[in-house]
Design a protein around this ligand. Structure first.
Ligand SMILES: NC(=O)c1ccc[n+]([C@@H]2O[C@H](COP(=O)([O-])OP(=O)(O)OC[C@H]3O[C@@H](n4cnc5c(N)ncnc54)[C@H](OP(=O)(O)O)[C@@H]3O)[C@@H](O)[C@H]2O)c1
Length: 252
């Protein structure tokens, strides 16, 4: 077990990629506190699934965009399980639409959830990890930070900023043996990508050299690696996990 007795927080853990990360971390022996915003049924079913598999997971409801709520969740996790060792900032939303028609609310919610949520949870744990002189922060970015499509100015801006933030925070925390990395997924089969998959699923598959869409488990495996002792000498990196999509080649 690569994460035995570690205490992990995974934001946006109830569905999609985050759900895959929660299950993988629990299977590797971590106690996993995960954050969800509104879908309690999904959160409850994940706790039941992890428990049945012999793991430990607990759901915490909070909006990652709220700084005070982030502090409260981290305090609650530490009061129950002790110091947090691993933070995965995964909660994210899209509000796609061409820029000229984008409403300020659509810009703000994407920036405040994706980038603001990452800031809030990093802010809540960074000093604690620095004092422990160990820890892992993993931010879930996107290939859209570098290879974007029309209609995603807000989303691409949030993910590009997450990549820059990851490198900048890595430099600040490296002296305390705390690593900060990002994972940039390609097209992963989750609720978030459903609309795009319905419209252009076959075309997307042709753009992926490995000829399949990604699954949450593909990202979870990378997240386990980056949280593990094996990744102790890796920091400030953005690991792309996209089946080769961002290589820009046409699949043969
Ligand atoms: N799917 C892809 O193809 C893809 C590709 C690249 C990057 N990503 C990134 O991967 C991450 C996960 O995406 P996904 O596809 O798994 O999304 P998803 O299926 O839509 O799940 C999103 C999760 O985030 C939670 N969440 C959303 N807003 C929140 C908030 N304000 N506070 C707390 N929790 C919140 C949701 O909880 P509730 O259900 O309770 O709202 C849910 O657990 C995101 O950062 C996304 O940008 C996804």
């Amino acid at each position: 077990m690569r994460l035995k007795d570690q205490v992990a927080i995974v934001t946006g853990g109830s569905r999609g990629i985050g759900r895959g990360i929660v299950k993988a971390y629990a299977a590797e022996g971590a106690k996993v506190a995960f954050i969800y915003k509104g879908n309690q049924a999904a959160a409850d079913s994940l706790v039941a699934e992890v428990t049945q598999a012999g793991g430990i997971a607990k759901a915490h409801q909070c909006d990652v965009a709220n700084h005070d709520d982030a502090l409260k969740v981290v305090e609650a996790v530490e009061a129950e399980w002790g110091p947090v060792n691993i933070l995965v900032n995964n909660a994210g939303v899209i509000r796609d639409g061409l820029f000229v028609g984008m409403r300020p609310e659509e810009w703000n919610v994407v920036i405040q959830t994706n980038l603001g949520g990452t800031f809030n949870f990093c802010h809540a744990v960074a000093m604690k990890l620095a004092r422990q002189r160990k820890g892992r922060i993993i931010n879930i970015s996107s290939v859209a930070a570098e290879h974007t499509n029309p209609g995603q100015t807000n989303y691409a801006a949030s993910k590009g900023a997450i990549n820059s933030f990851t490198r900048a925070l890595a430099v600040e925390l490296a002296g305390r043996s705390v690593t900060v990395n990002a994972i940039a997924p390609g097209f992963i089969e989750t609720d978030m990508s459903e609309n795009v998959r319905n419209k252009a699923g076959d075309l997307i598959k042709k753009m992926i050299p490995l000829k399949r869409l990604g699954q949450p488990d593909d990202i979870a495996k990378a997240a386990v690696f980056l949280a593990s002792a094996d990744a102790a000498y890796i920091t400030g990196q953005v690991l792309t996990v996209d089946g080769g999509l961002s290589l820009g080649a046409v699949a043969v």
